[in-house]
Design a protein around this ligand. Structure first.
Ligand SMILES: Nc1ncnc2c1ncn2[C@@H]1O[C@H](COP(=O)(O)OP(=O)(O)O)[C@@H](O)[C@H]1O
Ligand SMILES: [Mg+2]
Length: 275
């Protein structure tokens, strides 16, 4: 693996779901140590993109390479960890302490043997990194939402993956937990040389934290540093949206417009809320 090689190369991928293209001609390159935030409206294809990067969804066209290799191959599995929002919504029937949950992170064939000896220190270190040492022996269901999200991140860290992919980890967290989590992830990048690809519809949060922002809606419509991220108005024109109250033929209320224009109107509201 040469150091020149990008950690992630997404080369012109198109991904279908239910026989229909959901994202098309998507390109993205990420170098080790970067923190890239993927933002975009609901239904814009962010989770689809993440699953294609992980190799869970096959590309109809184009390819994904992680350290020069396709996802889900031996050299890649174990180096990539995925944290979904749903991962923190553990069923109430699951009785696990934080330490037990984090221990599950080392259950992968590549690292099991080599970790067997240093296992508990990896687990303790992961718990420490997310700041949950005081609640390590507590049942995960007794934790706050923010603490649970940290616990599933600790599980990902325990796998010793150096590429973390997080899909909407901020959903349901209060402002303090959100800021704490973002600071934690930023620290992983700078101190621990992790690479982070994080999906969020919280543009404001991503703008403050990510090194680079990617706006994904069917395809990549912006890729650049946060200060250059377009305003809401510019985003609308990037997405070919015209002001429905301007030159259009509608005479119904704004509330109805929101419904009629489905995702697009919803998106504007969504993004505004996030501001
Ligand atoms: N399992 C599925 N089968 C068919 N279509 C799907 C499936 N999952 C998502 N989609 C569609 O793919 C599009 C993108 O969804 P998704 O990737 O979840 O977007 P996001 O994560 O940005 O909200 C949506 O139109 C959604 O309806
Ligand atoms: Mg999603």
């Amino acid at each position: 693996m040469s150091s020149q090689q990008p950690l992630l190369l997404v080369d012109n991928i198109t991904v279908h779901r239910g026989g229909v293209p959901v994202i098309e001609n998507v390109n993205l390159t990420m170098n080790a140590g970067e923190f890239v935030g993927i933002v975009g409206p609901n239904g814009g294809g962010k989770s689809t993109f993440v699953q294609a990067v992980l190799g869970v969804l096959k590309c109809h066209q184009g390819k994904v390479l992680i350290n020069g290799q396709p996802p889900m191959t031996d050299g890649v599995v174990g180096k990539v960890a995925w944290v979904s929002q749903a991962a923190a919504n553990l069923p109430k029937s699951v009785r696990l302490t934080v330490r037990e949950l984090v221990s599950l992170g080392v259950l992968n064939k590549r690292t099991w043997f080599q970790l067997n000896q240093g296992r508990s220190s990896v687990i303790d270190e992961s718990i420490r990194m997310v700041g949950l040492e005081d609640v390590a022996d507590r049942d995960v269901n007794q934790l706050s939402g923010g603490q649970r999200q940290r616990a599933v991140i600790a599980r990902a860290l325990a796998s010793q993956a150096d590429f973390l992919i997080l899909d909407e980890p901020l959903v349901g967290l209060d402002r303090a937990s959100r800021n704490g989590l973002l600071k934690l992830l930023d620290g992983f990048c700078h101190q621990d040389k992790k690479t982070i690809l994080m999906v969020s519809h919280d543009v404001t949060a991503m703008r403050k934290t990510a090194h680079r922002l990617v706006y994904l809606e069917d395809t990549v419509r912006f890729d650049g540093p946060p200060p250059e991220f377009p305003s809401l108005e510019d985003l609308a024109s990037l997405r070919g949206i015209v002001d429905v109250h301007g030159g259009h033929h509608h005479d119904h209320s704004e509330a109805e417009c929101t419904h009629d224009h489905g995702t697009h109107a919803h998106v504007d509201i969504h993004l505004k809320e996030a501001e």
